[in-house]
Design a protein around this ligand. Structure first.
Ligand SMILES: NC(=O)c1ccc[n+]([C@@H]2O[C@H](COP(=O)([O-])OP(=O)(O)OC[C@H]3O[C@@H](n4cnc5c(N)ncnc54)[C@H](OP(=O)(O)O)[C@@H]3O)[C@@H](O)[C@H]2O)c1
Length: 325
């Protein structure tokens, strides 16, 4: 009779014999090697894609846009930095030009100053952008403003202002740059949306609406541009520690001026910019850069909408109560 303990050790020996006597180990190492090689090739392709690419970044004066400028610059991209504040753009250019040397060859950025909420300025701005390096490879529609307020207190002008900056501005700029991309059959449009482009949170109506519209427009664009080999990436971050809530507008159009706790506790824009660079380099189509809770909320909205709506109503009640107390 063989005892259970010796049967176990016999089995162990047989398994080890099988592993060492057959081709399993070489096969395992072979698979790991192929996987590693595949990753390396992917990484090399990504680096090559970004090096010397002409990248336009809107909202480069602050927060995520500014950090994107730094990571794309370090990756060797030829930058066109856009914003409303020309001085801030020049200061960023000086900072980039004097940053420590990297292995990758870097390029002196250009700046183009214009207001995305001014439809009349965009065609001229696009022409100026195209003159910088002769073409555009990647447009990063990053600029945006947020909003805090109750729908019933908010003037339609405020809704329009948020839509102009977050939706119509990027759409107009994209349309103005697309013909040259189509001619070259090459280009990449990136939209920095938000988790609020996928789910709507009470007292953020104008912002959530503008980001839902962004998601919808750029999803349509992706399908329509496939024939020209033009890539479209929509990136939806959760909270990022930037000035977004400070710069948000309220129901009457005045500046909110508060650093919200959620924004203050958000991810560092430096890290998010690295994720944006990777998503663009890998030509991802749709990326959510958020923690577990907002990511779950997106699934909940699709799979159990009734429950999601109850949670949002309860959130609205709580916020109203806190405001009135
Ligand atoms: N922070 C977050 O929690 C968060 C989360 C999800 C998504 N996002 C998105 O990330 C993007 C960047 O925002 P951020 O967090 O970096 O905020 P931010 O620090 O306030 O930066 C916003 C940028 O947009 C520019 N901008 C605003 N209105 C403009 C206009 N009319 N014309 C041209 N430029 C304009 C600002 O320029 P000025 O310096 O001239 O004001 C600034 O450079 C936005 O699309 C935002 O919706 C942010």
């Amino acid at each position: 009779m063989v005892s259970p303990a010796s049967r176990k050790s016999l089995l162990k020996v047989r398994v080890m014999d099988f592993i060492t006597s057959t081709a399993i180990l070489p096969l395992l190492f072979g698979c790991l090697g192929i996987f590693g090689l595949f990753r390396l090739l992917h990484w090399i392709r990504m680096k090559a894609y970004l090096r010397k690419a002409v990248v336009v970044i809107t909202g480069a004066t602050s927060g995520l846009g500014k950090e994107c400028a730094k990571v794309f610059y370090a990756a060797g991209a030829k930058l066109v930095l856009c914003g409303r504040n020309g001085e801030a753009l020049e200061e960023l250019t000086r900072e980039l030009n004097t940053s420590p040397a990297t292995k990758v060859q870097t390029h002196k950025p250009y700046t183009v100053t214009f207001d995305l909420a001014d439809p009349g300025a965009i065609v001229a701005a696009a022409a100026e952008i195209l003159q910088c390096f002769g073409h555009v490879d990647i447009l990063v529609n990053n600029a945006g403003i947020s909003y805090r307020g109750a729908i019933m207190d908010t003037t339609l002008d405020v809704d329009k202002r948020v839509m102009e900056t977050n939706y119509f501005g990027p759409v107009a700029l994209t349309k103005a740059l697309l013909p040259s991309m189509i001619r070259r059959r090459q280009g990449h449009i990136v939209a920095i949306s938000s988790v609020q482009g996928k789910i709507s949170i009470p007292f953020r109506s104008a912002y959530a609406a503008s980001k839902h519209a962004t998601q919808a427009f750029f999803d349509c664009l992706r399908a329509e541009m496939e024939q020209y080999e033009i890539e479209v990436t929509v990136i939806s971050p959760g909270h990022i520690h930037t000035n977004l809530s400070l710069n948000a507008i309220t129901a009457d159009g005045s500046r909110y001026g508060v650093m919200d706790k959620t924004t203050a506790q958000g991810r560092s824009p430096v890290e998010v910019a690295q994720d944006v660079l990777a998503a663009v380099g890998k030509k991802k189509k749709d990326v959510i850069l958020a923690d577990l809770l907002p990511s779950l909320a997106i699934y909940l909205r699709t799979l159990a909408p009734g429950l999601f709506f109850s949670l949002m109503a309860s959130r609205a009640r709580k916020e109203r109560k806190a405001k009135n107390s």
